[in-house]
Design a binder for this molecule. Structure first.
Ligand code: GRF
Length: 195
């Protein structure tokens, strides 16, 4: 199976996913695609020998469909079977999502369904939660919704800031996402729950 990984920034989740697709893993990375031509993850992917592409979303303004149509040409050319959103920060239209229904995953830094959207760690701290974490879900038209394929929990500690909590969650993302992708690629939809 061929996996396209969509990023917007440093691509630490992309790296974890790419590193995991070796040996008897049924999938291999076929493309790393970013909406930001300057995304650090593009350089890291190139260093790993993974084909890369960038479609800058800014010239498209509000025309999301046109932006997505150009992204789609890269996905088609790469022969992507699965799309893994990994720190991808653009909202996708229902049309694009529908086109990839059942074949697109996303990782979100909260214990969904709590804290959809942005600033998840600050919101968990603000709410006085004692647990936080990350979720991998199938992408559906509604933002950060869709069937949960995996979750990893970490404690929220006294004195935590959004930064210290993010630093505790991010490594768990790098453990969770590869586990979920491997199961997903094998047709197994049973959720991965960590620890
Ligand atoms: C991180 O905040 C992570 O929690 C979320 O996307 C952001 C960037 O991740 N999934 P990455 O380093 O670009 O994978």
């Amino acid at each position: 199976l061929r996996v396209a990984i969509l990023i917007s920034g440093g691509g630490s989740n992309m790296m974890a996913l790419a590193d995991s697709m070796t040996g008897d893993h049924p999938a291999r990375p076929c493309l790393v695609l970013s909406n930001d031509p300057d995304a650090g993850g593009l350089t890291r992917a190139q260093a790993m020998g993974i084909p890369v592409a960038a479609v800058d979303h800014r010239p498209f303004g509000r025309d999301r469909a046109a932006f997505e149509a150009l992204m789609q040409t890269h996905l088609t050319d790469a022969g992507a079977d699965i799309i893994a959103l990994a720190g991808f920060m653009r909202v996708l239209t229902p049309n694009f999502v529908a086109r990839h229904a059942g074949r697109m995953l996303n990782i979100h830094p909260s214990l969904l369904p709590k804290y959809k959207g942005l600033n998840t760690h600050a919101r968990a701290i603000e709410a006085g939660d004692h647990e936080a974490g990350c979720s991998v879900h199938e992408v559906t038209p509604e933002l950060d919704d869709g069937p949960i394929l995996g979750q990893a929990r970490v404690p929220v500690l006294p004195g935590d800031s959004a930064e210290t909590l993010a630093a505790r969650v991010l490594p768990m993302e790098h453990t969770l996402y590869p586990l979920v992708l491997r199961r997903f690629a094998q047709g197994d939809r049973s959720p991965v729950l960590l620890p």
